[in-house]
Design a protein around this ligand. Structure first.
Ligand code: ADP
Ligand code: MG
Length: 802
C-alpha cells in the first residue's frame, strides 16, 4: 500500500502581452518547496484606506512558469503517475482552473503543433513503449472516454452513435454494487493494442465531442472529460491479474456564475457547472477535515466517478492552471486556494490484484486430473469419462431383469458408481417418455379421425379468402410498379433536358467521398481534393464514425472552399500539411537508408561467411590447423557489420518516432477539417434560414450574416444594389450570377428533401453581403477586388460549361 497526499502542481499560462511586472513571483526555498506569490495591485476604487490583503502565497510541489514546455510537464507530472499505473496502482491526473487557463492544452494538447501534444498522447506513447520493453508480463490495454455535462454522462467512443447533439450520445449511468464499487453502465471499453490505436480513440472522442457541441451548449468549457486507460497485466502461467486505471481528467471551467454575466439558459448552465464543481469542493473539504465520517461523493456524477481518485485507492495529481493576467487574478487565487485544500487529502493506493476465472478453471481441471489418478490408484480401477460398452450392456441386462421381477421388494444393485446410477435414471426416464408419446399418438389419431370432415370445409373457405387477399395485394403491387416505371422514365427525360442546363449534381462527392470526383467545368474542387487526399481514408473513417455528411452539392462545395480559405484555421492546416510533407520525405529517405543498411548487412554477412569458408578450405588444402588468432580481415568485416547494424537500428528507431509524429499530425489535421466542416455547416444553415425568413419581402442583403469565425466583419449591403427577382413565390432560395448560374442550391441539408423543388426565388447576382469577409481589418476595396475575382472565375466556369 502506498500512502500519499494528492500532489499539486501549478502551471502559469503564457500571456499574450508581456506581463506587467510584479503580479506574481515564484520562489524556491532551501527545502525545495516551491511557492507562488500573487500580488494584488491596490485598487484605488476601493478608497485610499482599505484593508484588502495585497499578497497571497501558495505552496505547490512545483510551479511551472509561462515558458514551461509540454515535455517537462509530462516528465515531472505525468510520468510518475504513468509509472505507478504500470506497476498496478490506480492513477489520476486532473486539471483545474478557469476557462482559457490551459486545462485542455495541458491534458490533451494544442491543435497546431506536434510538440504541443499534451499529457494524454505523451502518456499513451510512454505506456506503450514500456509495455513493449517488458516481456515478463502479458498486458492488455483498454480505453474509455466519458464526458459529464449537466450531471449526465456521455460515452464519447460509442461505436453506434451518429452524434449531432450531445444528447444523441448514449447516456452513461452509475451503478453501485453491494461492496459500494462504482460501475459505469453504457460506457464502452475499447481495446488498444498499439499507441496508434489508442491515439485514434482519443481523436475520435475529441471529434465526437466537437461535433456534439453547439453554441448553446459550450460543452467544452462546461463539461468534465475523463479519458481512462485501463491496464491489466499478468505474468505468464500465473492466475493473478493486476488491474490499474489511469484517469486523465479535463474539468469544466472553474469560474463563478457572477463572472459569466449571462442570463437565461446560459446562466442556469453556468450555475449548474459550478454546482458540480461545488460538490467536488465539498468532497474535498470533507476529506481534508479530520474526523469527518460522511463524504458526500454521491451528490454528483463526477465525484461518484472519481471517488477512488479522491481520498481512495489512487495516486492522484492535480494541476492548477493559472492565467495570471490582472483581470483573472481573483479566479487564479480561488484556484490556488482550492489546490491548497486538495493537497491535504490523503490517498491510499493498493495493488489491485484478482484471480483470473479462466485461469482458475484451468487450475481446477488440473486438480481433477490429479485426484482421478489418485482414485484409480486407491481402487485399482481405471476410471474413464464414460462407461464402456460391456459395462453398459451389463447394466441394461440388470435393469431388464429388475423391471421383469414381479417381486415388489426386489432391488437394483449397481454399486457405488455415480455414472451407473445416472445411467439407470436416464434409462427409466426414457422408458417413461416413450410410454407417454405412445399414448398421445393413439389418442390424437382417434380425435383427428373424428373431426376431419367439418375441418375440410372450414379450411377451404379460409384458403379461398386468403387467395383473394393475395390477388388484391398483387394488383396493388403491379400498379405501384407501373407508376414507378413511369416516374423513372420522366426523370430520365428531365435529366437529359437538364444536361444543357449547368446545374450541378445535387450529391456530387466531396472530399471524403469516392475518389472518382466527376469534374464539372466550374468545379473548383480538384486541387483541394488532391491536397486533402492524403488523409482521405482516415477522414472517411472519422466521418463514418462521427456520422458527418460526406457529400455536398457543388454550389455548397464552392462556398465551402471559400469558407475554408478564409478561415483562421486554414493557416494551421496549411502549415501542418507542409510539416507532414516534410516528414513524409524524411520518412522516405530514412526508409531508403534502412534498406541500404539492410542490404549492406546482408553483403557483409556473406563476405564473412565466404572468408570463413576460404580459411577452412585453405587449412584443409595445406593440412594445417586453423590459426587460433583471429583473422584480421574477418575482424574488420565484423566491425563493419556492427557499425551497419548500429546505423540500421538508429534509422529504424528514428523512423518509428517519425511514424508516430506523422500519425499525430494526420489526426490533428483530420480534427481541424471536421471542425472546419462543422463550422461551415452551422454558418450555411444559419445563412439559409435567415435567407428564408427574410425573403422575399425584406432585403436579402440585410439577412445574410458574415462567417461566424470572423469577429465583426461588416455587411456591405450599401454596395450591393442588385435586387431580388422573384421567380416563384416564397420558399427555396437560389442565388445566381448573371448567367443564371446557380451556386447556392439549397438552404439547409435537412430541408433539402422536404422542400418542393418548384418554389424558388432567384436573385440576379449573389448579394455582396453574403460573400464572406476575412476579418474586421479588411477594407471595402479588398472586398470588391475579391468579388471581382470571384465573378471572373464564375464567368470563366460558365463559359467553359456552355
Ligand atoms: P481551457 O481548457 O482551460 O479552457 P485551453 O487549454 O483551451 O483552456 O487554452 C486556451 C488557449 O490558450 C488555447 O488556445 C491554448 O492553445 C492556449 N494555451 C493554453 N496554455 C498554453 C500554454 N501553456 N502554451 C501555449 N498556449 C497555451
Ligand atoms: Mg478546455
Amino acid at each position: 500500500m502506498v500512502k500519499q497526499t494528492i500532489q499539486i502542481f501549478a502551471r502559469v499560462k503564457p500571456t499574450v502581452r508581456k506581463q506587467q511586472q510584479g503580479i506574481y513571483s515564484i520562489d524556491e526555498d532551501e527545502k525545495l518547496t516551491h511557492s507562488l506569490e500573487i500580488v494584488l495591485p491596490r485598487d484605488l476604487a476601493d478608497g485610499f484606506v482599505n484593508n484588502k490583503r495585497e499578497s497571497y502565497k501558495f505552496k505547490f510541489q512545483r510551479i511551472f512558469d509561462q515558458e514551461a514546455k509540454q515535455e517537462i510537464i509530462f516528465e515531472i507530472i505525468a510520468k510518475p503517475v504513468a509509472e505507478s499505473t504500470l506497476a498496478g496502482y490506480n492513477g489520476t491526473i486532473f486539471a483545474y482552473g478557469q476557462t482559457g487557463s490551459g486545462k485542455t492544452f495541458t491534458i490533451t494538447g494544442g491543435a497546431e503543433r506536434y510538440s504541443d501534444r499534451g499529457i494524454i498522447p505523451r502518456t499513451l506513447s510512454y505506456i506503450f513503449e514500456q509495455l513493449q520493453k517488458d516481456s515478463s508480463k502479458i498486458y492488455t490495454t483498454h480505453i474509455s472516454y466519458l464526458e459529464i455535462y449537466n450531471e449526465c454522462g456521455y460515452d464519447l467512443l460509442d461505436p453506434r452513435h451518429e452524434a449531432s447533439k450531445l444528447e444523441d450520445l448514449p447516456k452513461v449511468t452509475i451503478l453501485e454494487d453491494p461492496d459500494q464499487n462504482i460501475h459505469l453502465k453504457n460506457l464502452s471499453l475499447h481495446q488498444a493494442t498499439t499507441e496508434e490505436e489508442a491515439l485514434n480513440l482519443l481523436f475520435l472522442g475529441d471529434t465526437n465531442r466537437m461535433i456534439a457541441e453547439t453554441p448553446m451548449n459550450q460543452a467544452s468549457t462546461r463539461s468534465h472529460c475523463i479519458f481512462t486507460v485501463h491496464l491489466s497485466s499478468k505474468e505468464p502461467g500465473s492466475a493473478t491479474v493486476r488491474h490499474a486505471k489511469l484517469h486523465l481528467v479535463d474539468l469544466a471551467g472553474s469560474e463563478r456564475v457572477s463572472k459569466t454575466g449571462v442570463g437565461g439558459l446560459l446562466l442556469t448552465e453556468a450555475k449548474y457547472i459550478n454546482l458540480s464543481l461545488h460538490y467536488l469542493e465539498q468532497v474535498i473539504i470533507a476529506l481534508s477535515e479530520k474526523h469527518r465520517t460522511h463524504i458526500p461523493y454521491r451528490n454528483s456524477m463526477m465525484t461518484s466517478v472519481l471517488r477512488d481518485s479522491l481520498g481512495g485507492n489512487c495516486m492522484t495529481t492535480m494541476i492548477a492552471t493559472l492565467s495570471l493576467e490582472k483581470r483573472n487574478i481573483d479566479e487564479s487565487i480561488s484556484t490556488c486556494r482550492f489546490a491548497q485544500r486538495v493537497a491535504l487529502i490523503k490517498n491510499e493506493a493498493i495493488l489491485n490484484e484478482e484471480i483470473d476465472p479462466r485461469l482458475m478453471i484451468v487450475r481446477l481441471q488440473k486438480e481433477i486430473e490429479d485426484l482421478k489418478a489418485e482414485l484409480a490408484m486407491a481402487t485399482g480401477e481405471q476410471r474413464t469419462e464414460a462407461l464402456t460398452e460391456a459395462e453398459l450392456l451389463q447394466l441394461e441386462k440388470l435393469i431388464a431383469s429388475y423391471l421383469e421381477d414381479q417381486d415388489p421388494e426386489s432391488r437394483l444393485e449397481v454399486g457405488a458408481d455415480m455414472r451407473k446410477i445416472h445411467h439407470c435414471f436416464h434409462h427409466f426416464k426414457k422408458l417413461l417418455n416413450d410410454k407417454k408419446t405412445l399414448e398421445n399418438t393413439v389418442s390424437s389419431e382417434s380425435t383427428r379421425q373424428a373431426c376431419q370432415e367439418p375441418l375440410r370445409d372450414e379450411e377451404y373457405t379460409k384458403l379461398l379468402g386468403l387467395l383473394k387477399q393475395r390477388d388484391n395485394e398483387i394488383n396493388i403491387l403491379v400498379n405501384m410498379l407501373k407508376k414507378e416505371k413511369k416516374k423513372t422514365q420522366d426523370a430520365l427525360q428531365n435529366s437529359s433536358l437538364e444536361k444543357s442546363d449547368t446545374r450541378p449534381p445535387q450529391n456530387s462527392p466531396f472530399i471524403a467521398g469516392s475518389p472518382a470526383v466527376p469534374r464539372t467545368p466550374f468545379s473548383s474542387a480538384p486541387s483541394h481534393t488532391q491536397d486533402l487526399s492524403i488523409c482521405r481514408h482516415r477522414s472517411s473513417l472519422l466521418h463514418k464514425k462521427t456520422g458527418m455528411r460526406e457529400e455536398m452539392s457543388l454550389g455548397r462545395q464552392e462556398a465551402f472552399e471559400i469558407f475554408k480559405r478564409d478561415h483562421a484555421d486554414s493557416v494551421t492546416i496549411e502549415d501542418n500539411k507542409q510539416v507532414l510533407k516534410q516528414r513524409f520525405s524524411e520518412a522516405k529517405a530514412l526508409g531508403e537508408s534502412i534498406n541500404e543498411a539492410r542490404s549492406k548487412i546482408g553483403q557483409l554477412k556473406d563476405a564473412i561467411n565466404q572468408r570463413h569458408l576460404q580459411q577452412v578450405a585453405l587449412g584443409i588444402s595445406e593440412n594445417t590447423v586453423p590459426a587460433s588468432t583471429p583473422d584480421p580481415q574477418e575482424e574488420k568485416l565484423r566491425a563493419q557489420l556492427e557499425e551497419e547494424k548500429g546505423r540500421y537500428k538508429t534509422a529504424f528507431m528514428h523512423l518509428k518516432a517519425l511514424k508516430v509524429e506523422i500519425e499525430h499530425l494526420q489526426l490533428l489535421m483530420d480534427k481541424a477539417k471536421v471542425k472546419l466542416q462543422k463550422e461551415f455547416e452551422a454558418w450555411w444553415a444559419e445563412e439559409a434560414t435567415s435567407l428564408q425568413v427574410n425573403s422575399p419581402a425584406t432585403n436579402l442583403q440585410d439577412a445574410v450574416k458574415p462567417f461566424p469565425q470572423q469577429d465583426q466583419a461588416q455587411l456591405l449591403s450599401k454596395k450591393s444594389s442588385r435586387d431580388l427577382e422573384v421567380e416563384n413565390g416564397a420558399g427555396r432560395l437560389e442565388v445566381c450570377d448573371r448567367n443564371a448560374r446557380r451556386i447556392l442550391p439549397s438552404p439547409c441539408p435537412n430541408q433539402q428533401s422536404q422542400e418542393p423543388s418548384g418554389s424558388r426565388v432567384l436573385v440576379q447576382d449573389r448579394p455582396l453581403s453574403s460573400i464572406p469577409l476575412t476579418g474586421d481589418s479588411q477594407t471595402d476595396s479588398d472586398i470588391l477586388a475579391f468579388i471581382k475575382a470571384r465573378q471572373s472565375i464564375l464567368q470563366k466556369k460558365c463559359l467553359g460549361s456552355n
